[in-house]
Ligand binder design. Sequence first.
Ligand SMILES: [Fe+2]
Length: 248
Amino acid sequence: MAGEIKTASGKVVKMNTRAGAVLPDIDMYRDRLWTEAEKSIQALGRREITPDDYIDRIRDLHKSIDLVAELRPFIDKALAEKTDQVLNQMTTPAKSWTMQLLYLEPHEVHPPHCHHNLISTQVVLHGNVYAREWDRVARLGPDTLLLRTRTDRWFGIGDRFETTEVSKNAHWFCADDKPAVMLNFYILGFQDWTFDPPGTRGRRMLDPTFGVQGDGMIVAKELTLEEGYLRFGDLPIDKVPLPRRNVA
Ligand SMILES: [Fe+2]
């Protein structure tokens, strides 16, 4: 959490970003959902599996467990306290990983953004979430990116985001008029090739309504954290049409 900001409509919203902070190590959840995931993190770290293998293993693990039943106490705590619940977190000089539940208040928006050297799985555990996901295809300029739309729909319980450096790296999501809870499990620093140079700041905001090419590929403008929240922080995603095709 990096504080709050007043959007153009006057609504005050919270801003979510890790912003390079070193977070405290937490090891409070030790059941199979974590211990098996940790084995896959270690295998990825030893280069025994690829990032795609890792994503497959985490998906198989999640499908072998009733996630909502397994995480029920933490889902209920997130809803009662209206806050995220960090289950496991570790930071080393080059890498880090976090397994947590994200609490989204009614209408909460995570404005469009992309990530640097992140592999992440998010699963809806409670409520409904509107999701837009994109591949980053190319950097067009110092602050413009070319995006390919991969997802543009409502997610219900069990629906998943799977994010790597090269697949569905950019996303935008929001809750409907009720609270939502998502499993948010991400690891940083495990990929050799990155879209931007090493040392790039992690979560960067985007405006995917900036432009579109004739073939329908989105031209997105990079924004500061504050610009992203001012522009999109209280707009329901499904009320913001994406530019479709520039036929001029
Ligand atoms: Fe994200």
